[in-house]
Design a protein around this ligand. Structure first.
Ligand SMILES: [Zn+2]
Length: 140
């Protein structure tokens, strides 16, 4: 047994990979191929990371939903200055995520939006045109 390696979550066999140390990936969720019903350790780890990404995105969307609800009460005064204080590499990534949203909104068909988000869709289409982004493009 190697304490540095990840153990099977069911039978505790050494999986032969470094111990999973990401806080948002449940280390006990990985089993040996035999205990997992034939799924390779590599595929299990990849699936856990993918689920962690989905969970983080869901949490971020929920937080933004709360924030924009607050903005109706003046909470928008803090958002942009807060973003400017973020690590500059993360600012770049955040803008990429925002541009992905612009592309997604701007690519909606006319039956996929209504008066509640019409202004957003139309502004996003103008931004896409100005930046030469085509519907379905993945900016950057
Ligand atoms: Zn096992």
């Amino acid at each position: 047994m190697n304490d540095e390696n990840q153990m099977c979550g069911s039978c505790e066999k050494d999986l032969g990979i470094p111990r999973i140390h990401h806080a948002d990936v449940p280390a006990l969720g990985v089993c040996c191929e035999e205990c997992s019903g034939g799924v390779s350790v590599h595929d299990q780890v990849r699936a856990l990371h993918e689920q962690a990404r989905v969970d983080r995105a869901d949490a971020a969307v929920a937080a933004i939903g709360t924030m924009v609800n607050d903005m109706a009460f003046g909470g928008d005064q803090e958002f942009a200055p807060g973003m400017m204080r973020m690590h500059r590499t993360n600012q770049q990534s955040a803008f990429g995520a925002m541009l992905s949203c612009v592309t997604a909104w701007g690519s909606l068909t006319d039956v996929q939006y209504d008066a509640r988000n019409e202004w957003t869709v139309k502004q996003c289409r103008k931004i896409m045109e100005a930046l030469d982004i085509k519907p379905g493009d993945r900016p950057r």
